[in-house]
Write a protein that binds this ligand. Sequence first.
Ligand SMILES: *Cc1c(COP(=O)(O)O)cnc(C)c1O
Length: 377
Amino acid sequence: MNKKYLMTPGPTPVPEDIRSEMAKPMIHHRTKEYQAIFKDVTEGLQKIFKTQGDVFTFTSSGTGAMEASIVNVLSQGDKIIVVRGGKFGERFGDIAKAYGVEVIALDVEWGTAPRPEAIADLLKKNPDVKAVYATLCETSTATMYDIKAIGEIVRKTGALLVVDTISGLGADEFKFDEWGVDIAVGGSQKGLMIPPGLAFCAVSQKAWKAVETSKLPKFYFNFKKYKKAYIDTDTPFTSAITLVIGLKKAIEKITAEGVDNVIARHRKSGVAIRAAAKALGLQVFSKSPSDGVTGIVIPDAVGADNVIKIMKTEYGVTLAGGQDTLKGKIVRAAHMGGIDQEHVIEALKAFEAALAKLGHKFTSGAGVEAAKKVLGV
Ligand SMILES: *Cc1c(COP(=O)(O)O)cnc(C)c1O
């Protein structure tokens, strides 16, 4: 195997046709040419988020848009509920605290999704809560949350629902308008197949009302500045022109295939990898697995770090390990964006080879076969 397979949950591989677009000569952003590109990208993002509302594009990593989703709708002393079931839920809480927002944490066991009723209970007990912050795919545990069910609860209250879809967008099903989401946060380097550097916020009408009363300090990420520029299909500051041009190509690919077909393809990859893990006698870490990234528990005798090292050095397949308490316990394989089914099969071959080398007992080829059966190849 001489290809390199980047199967980490961000960054993800950037397909060659997108890279070629980004290699073209620089253009200026205050031009009709760029405005047309930016308009297409914004409309494409609306299709992917499934919203008729505003979608803003920032030059930052995804965390910048997480911060934007806090500073634009809250004031100091406001109370929010944050679902904490992994590193990224924790980050929402940490950003909020940095701005003097009071965080009511809903701590859920890592690898599980929050029970929607638990959110309903917390909202009942704390009627003054301004917003609920949750994650579509908690990447650190490869777990998908039931945002649709959470949306049904939150939309009946005065609180906003803010969802981090940075790794879930374009991989796990997501419907901004239909599910009653108020702000969705996205990033460029995961399911959208472009390099790190762009972040997005989709914003509902209900969220706009909160923008009007928000008093937290903000400058670069001020939604109002973006809204004002947006009317002229422009950005308030210099656009990350090259990345936006790459994103235009990525969106063309996604919309040509169809957003729902892209999601269905990710589901198939997720089911295939989970079937492979089972066939190899291994456990999937999450009880509510994402279809864009899979966490697999590696027995101590084999060692997750050993698997990662062998796969990278001998087979060119880069996986991610576990974070915090999951360090050395799990491997995480992303199968989102530019990772296609062929990558999945090749990675599973390398995974089997690494497991065999490390003395794990299984029927050779069983994982690859199980995955192929699901994928129909
Ligand atoms: C990757 C990721 C982030 C962080 O994004 P950065 O681009 O590193 O700032 C936040 N949330 C989730 C769910 C992620 O997967």
